[in-house]
Design a protein around this ligand. Structure first.
Ligand code: FAD
Ligand code: MG
Ligand code: MG
Ligand code: MG
Ligand code: MG
Length: 552
């Protein structure tokens, strides 16, 4: 049993073969998954138990149910209820778990370089060999180059939620001290959320619920009008990626609840006791403003992790997207040896060349009309046809399609009712940048994880027969399995005891209490296990009966 791992690879590090290949599994392909979040776990849940020798590498040994994280920050839910041990999930496929961070990938030698701190706090590094690798490492918070973010809180992980919860409670307690001045109390009770996307909006709503429901009961000394909640949003509206009705509903709701929404505002700096931002006025001028803060949440979108950045750089010019690792429609990482490496979830995007396909369509149209493409004048009805074609071929673009109609009029600069070549070119540029990105959602990561699992299951069954049929060097992925298609099932955002739904394609609903239950049941159904579901149900029941636990 005292086998020493062989060393090798470009850095001559130990190779974790002995650990990973026990006799029983030796003949199976080694499937290594980086990350135990939505993408990785969906894959694990759908994979046939005995086809692969599975290893998951992740610095977190739990799966985190992110959609409920905003609730956990204010004690509506227990933090424990939102996590599920990876080792429990992995046992179904008899896999291995390595609690460590992937640092790099040697594509030609099929090795993942991994790091972890040992018991003395010293960094150890080793390689994990793979036959198939799935990169599902998620994303990190986008700092947008703003100064003073050490004074802000983030909401990505369970520890973030814990820190936020402690801070909120600490501020409430400090505000109650008899020695606290009026100004200081106002500052302590000024909660600012930077970012009007779903996370920021849900957090603001949860916080407001807490302040309204529990505060008057447990902190009778605090006056409701001393508390303020503000959302700072760079765009003209909050939830601006959602349908207009949803966005409007949320704003009206917040307006009624006295949550201040500051739109067209950019944060410049976060200081320990105030936030400085610039706001664009209606006349186009920009003025600088500031707000005292007792607490600031930073949630202004996502950016690639350091691993993603490193891999993109390594793969060179085929990786052109600054925001994510690009894959082909079979989710294979562009630039890596075909069929070895896949990328799913927030860290990735599917390259689909929408604009290229539209250009082809236009060439055909010009040809049919017997004119040069440069002479083409596109009417709205032609444009609708183009949109139909895009929709059929790129179902993952569906989320953006409701805007395609609007784009026609937006880009018809001379308002002639037709688009000429120049106007079309401008429009295609915009489409290219917009339609090639998939949303960074649990929904998408989940769909991609399931897609890969089903494909891998099929590969394990079929590959011998296929190999016998001489498809050895062919494109196995494309030969045996369809391309990935994203299905937009609607977005959901929680705003203060009511939920707003955006079901895509112009369907949306916004409502009162019934919506809360609908919202909860959707997340119940999506929730990973009966254990998690039971824990959350108990939390909600407890909160209903006793209110939130405000201890830290
Ligand atoms: P993640 O789920 O983030 O998982 C990444 C995994 O990789 C983690 O286990 C991480 O520890 C691990 N990892 C990171 N770096 C490395 C490394 N170098 N090596 C190995 N492992 C690594 N989406 C929705 O659809 N609906 C919602 O309501 C919703 N609400 C949200 C609320 C909050 C507060 C947040 C933060 C996100 C929310 N999202 C929601 C977005 C959703 O969580 C993400 O889109 C989803 O988690 C993406 O899945 P993923 O597998 O790509 O990444
Ligand atoms: Mg994942
Ligand atoms: Mg996660
Ligand atoms: Mg990912
Ligand atoms: Mg025109």
């Amino acid at each position: 049993l005292a086998l020493q791992p062989r060393r090798g690879g470009p850095k001559n590090l130990p190779i974790a073969e002995v650990f990973i290949d026990d006799d029983v599994t030796k003949s199976k392909p080694r499937l290594v998954i980086l990350g135990g979040g939505w993408g990785g776990v969906a894959l694990l849940k759908e994979l046939n138990p005995d086809d692969y020798n599975v290893t998951v590498i992740s610095p977190a040994n739990y799966f985190l149910f992110t959609p409920m994280l905003p609730s956990a920050t204010v004690g509506t839910l227990e933090l424990r209820s939102l996590v599920e041990p990876i080792r429990r999930i992995i046992s179904r496929v008899h896999g291995h778990f390595i609690r460590a961070r992937a640092e790099d990938v040697e594509f030609s030698e099929k090795l993942v370089e991994v790091s972890q701190l040992d018991h003395k706090g010293k960094e150890v590094r080793f390689y994990v060999p793979y036959d198939k690798l799935v990169v599902a490492v998620g994303s990190s918070t986008n700092p947008h180059g703003v100064k003073g973010l050490e004074n802000a809180f983030f909401l990505k992980d369970i520890n973030d939620a814990r820190m936020i919860r402690n801070k909120v409670i600490q501020n409430l307690e400090l505000a109650c001290l008899p020695t606290t001045s009026d100004d200081e109390r106002k500052r302590l009770l000024s909660f600012v959320v930077s970012g009007g996307g779903p996370t920021g909006v849900e957090f603001a709503a949860e916080l407001f619920d807490l302040l309204n429901e529990d505060l008057t009961r447990h902190f009778p000394r605090l006056l409701r009008n001393e508390i303020s909640v503000h959302i700072i949003q760079s765009r003209g509206h909050i939830l601006n990626t959602y349908d207009e009705t949803v966005s409007k509903y949320a704003e009206e709701r917040f307006n009624r609840d006295q949550i201040e929404v500051l739109t067209n505002s950019r944060v410049k700096e976060v200081q320990p006791d105030k936030i400085i931002f610039s706001q664009k006025q209606e006349d186009g001028s920009v003025i600088t403003k500031e707000l005292p803060i007792g607490f600031c949440l930073w949630s202004t979108g996502v950016s690639p992790t350091s691993l993603s950045q490193k891999l993109a750089k390594k793969l060179g010019s085929v990786q052109t997207n600054r925001h994510a690792l690009e894959t082909d429609t079979h989710l294979r990482l562009n630039g890596a040896p075909l069929g070895d490496v896949y990328a799913i979830g927030d860290c990735s995007t599917v390259q689909n060349n929408v604009a290229e396909s539209i250009v082809t369509f236009l060439r055909n149209l010009a040809w049919k009309r017997g004119i040069e493409p440069e002479k083409l004048q596109l009417h709205f009805s032609d444009w609708r046809q183009v949109a139909q074609d895009v929709k059929k071929r790129f179902p993952q673009a569906i989320n953006h399609l409701k805007r395609l109609d609007k784009l026609f009029f937006e880009f018809d600069k001379d308002q002639s009712g037709t688009l000429d070549f120049g106007e079309l070119r401008e429009l295609l540029n915009q489409i290219d940048s917009k339609l090639t990105s998939l949303p960074a959602t649990a929904q998408r990561a989940h769909q991609q994880g399931c897609y890969l699992a089903h494909k891998f299951n099929k590969m394990a069954r079929i590959s011998d027969a296929m190999l016998a049929n001489d498809i050895r060097d062919g494109d196995l992925d494309a030969a045996i399995y369809k391309a990935f298609e994203y299905r937009h099932l609607g977005s959901l955002a929680y705003i203060g005891n009511s939920a707003v739904f955006d079901l895509g394609e112009g369907w949306s609903m916004a409502g009162g209490l019934w919506a809360v239950y609908a919202w909860r049941s959707v997340y119940f159904a999506q929730s990973v296990s009966f254990r998690t579901r039971s824990l959350m149900a108990m939390d909600w029941m407890k909160r209903g009966l006793f209110g939130r636990d405000l201890v830290a």
